[in-house]
Design a protein around this ligand. Structure first.
Ligand SMILES: Cc1cc2nc3c(=O)[nH]c(=O)nc-3n(C[C@H](O)[C@H](O)[C@H](O)COP(=O)(O)O)c2cc1C
Length: 178
């Protein structure tokens, strides 16, 4: 699939078919995440692939309205290594959330290109997820990402470009013009 088709075709998926994700497809989307840009190439991301049904169930309970995660054959917990990421963005922001976000966006687009659906979830109880997987201090949960084949009968279609703002609302030339 062409990159622009994947960008336009991606949408959050909240219902999945029971069909398993082939290992090669999983490797492809994780590899896309691995190849993302990061500050000083620090790559402060880690991914836990959750296939165990009981762990998936407990994980879904740590996510607000997370019951739909149980319909996905696997769920990925995306982590950021806070300790390994001292760099400040513009002198005011730690860089690791941006790096992990870039990696997750690669993941979302690669999944789309493979015909897979996913949904970046951040409305979770981090302490419960850290306890469930033994995630140490200094490592933060940045996203919970179910992965599977979308159930076409239970996922609403995007209208047009998905309710995005128009160009003039977000782009200005030579000045801050809003
Ligand atoms: C950082 C981030 C956090 C999000 N958190 C959640 C979430 O906790 N639960 C959820 O169902 N969707 C979540 N979403 C999905 C957004 O609701 C969705 O991307 C947005 O409504 C646009 O829809 P689309 O992804 O279908 O284009 C999140 C998206 C982003 C980028």
């Amino acid at each position: 699939m062409d990159l622009h088709e994947a960008i336009k075709g991606r949408k959050s998926c909240r219902a999945f078919l029971g069909r398993p994700v082939p290992d090669e497809a999983l490797q492809r989307v994780l590899n896309a995440a691995r190849l993302a840009v990061s500050v000083e190439n620090q790559q402060p991301w880690r991914f836990i692939v959750v296939r165990d049904e009981e762990k998936k169930r407990k994980l879904s309970q740590a996510v607000t309205k997370g019951n739909f995660l149980n319909s996905a054959p696997l769920v990925i917990v995306a982590l950021g290594m806070e300790e390994a990421s001292p760099a400040l963005v513009g002198g005011y922001m730690l860089s690791y959330p941006l790096d992990v976000a870039a990696s997750i966006q690669n993941f979302l687009l690669a999944a789309t290109a493979d015909g897979l659906g996913t949904c970046w979830c951040t409305d979770f109880k981090e302490d419960r997820i850290k306890e469930l997987f033994g995630i140490p201090e200094g490592t933060r949960v940045v996203g919970v990402l179910p992965l599977g084949y979308p159930d076409p009968s239970n996922n609403g279609a995007h209208n047009g470009d998905g309710g995005r703002r128009s160009f003039s609302e977000i782009v200005a030339y030579d000045n801050f013009a809003w």
